[in-house]
Design a protein around this ligand. Structure first.
Ligand SMILES: [Zn+2]
Length: 211
C-alpha cells in the first residue's frame, strides 16, 4: 500500500471550533481525494511539534457509535478515545467514514449480524460466507489529514497491530501503541474473542476471562 497515496491530498477542508460533552475540539472536516468520502478529525489542545501525538483513528460504526449497540465495542472505544485525548491535554481523533463493517458497508454489515445470530458465525466467517472481504479499509485518508495537521509521529490508541502497520505503510510513524481495552460482557464477548483469535488484536483483559 506504500506509495499509493503519494501526492494525494485533501480536496476540500473546513474547520470550526466544536464543543462537545467530552471536551473542546477543533473540527477539521475534509474530503479525501482518493476515497472520495467526507471524514472528520477532532483536534484537542496544542499539538506542539507534532511528534508522539496521542491519536485515535476510528472506523465508522453507525450502530455502535451513534446508537450505542453493544455487540461490538466501537462506541465505547470512541468515547474512551475522546476522553483519553482530553485527559492528555492534546491529541487527535480521526473519524473515518466508509469503514462500516471493516469496509463492506452498512447493509452488508447488518447482513453479517444475521449470520452471527442465527448460525453462530463470527465476524470473519459471516463476511466470507457472504462472499465479502474481511477488511478493505483504506487508512490513507487518516495519514493525509495527520500530515495536514502537522503530525509526523503518533502514539496510536488501538489494540490492532494491523492498524499500526496500515498507518506505517501510509507514512505515519507510530512510536507507541496505546491499548484501548473496554470491559468484556455477555454482549461483546463473541466479537472480542473473534477480534483476538481471528484478527490478531491484543486483548489481555479478555485472556484473563477466556484464555
Ligand atoms: Zn462496531
Amino acid at each position: 500500500m506504500q506509495g499509493q497515496d503519494t501526492g494525494a491530498r485533501l480536496v476540500d477542508v473546513a474547520e470550526s471550533e466544536l464543543v462537545t460533552r467530552r471536551g473542546r475540539f477543533r473540527a477539521v472536516a475534509f474530503r479525501d481525494e482518493v476515497d472520495g468520502h467526507e471524514h472528520l478529525a477532532l483536534v484537542h489542545g496544542d499539538l506542539g511539534p507534532g511528534t508522539d501525538v496521542l491519536v485515535r483513528v476510528h472506523s465508522e460504526c453507525l450502530t455502535g457509535d451513534v446508537f450505542g449497540a453493544v455487540r461490538c465495542e466501537c462506541g465505547a472505544q470512541l468515547a474512551s478515545s475522546l476522553d483519553a485525548v482530553v485527559t492528555e491535554g492534546a491529541g487527535v481523533l480521526v473519524y473515518l467514514r466508509g469503514h462500516e463493517g471493516r469496509g463492506i458497508g452498512l447493509v452488508a454489515k447488518v447482513r453479517t449480524h444475521v449470520l452471527q445470530d442465527d448460525q453462530g458465525l463470527d465476524t470473519v466467517d459471516s463476511a466470507t460466507a457472504l462472499g465479502l472481504p474481511v477488511d478493505v479499509r483504506d487508512f490513507g485518508p487518516a495519514a493525509r489529514v495527520l500530515r495536514h495537521l502537522g503530525v509526523s509521529s503518533v502514539r496510536l490508541l488501538t489494540n490492532s497491530a494491523a492498524k499500526v502497520d496500515a498507518l506505517t505503510a501510509h507514512g505515519v510513524a507510530v512510536t507507541a501503541r496505546v491499548p484501548l481495552l473496554e470491559p468484556v460482557d455477555e454482549h461483546n464477548v463473541r466479537y472480542l474473542t473473534a477480534k483476538r483469535d481471528r484478527l490478531g488484536h491484543d486483548l489481555p483483559h479478555l485472556d484473563r476471562v477466556l484464555p
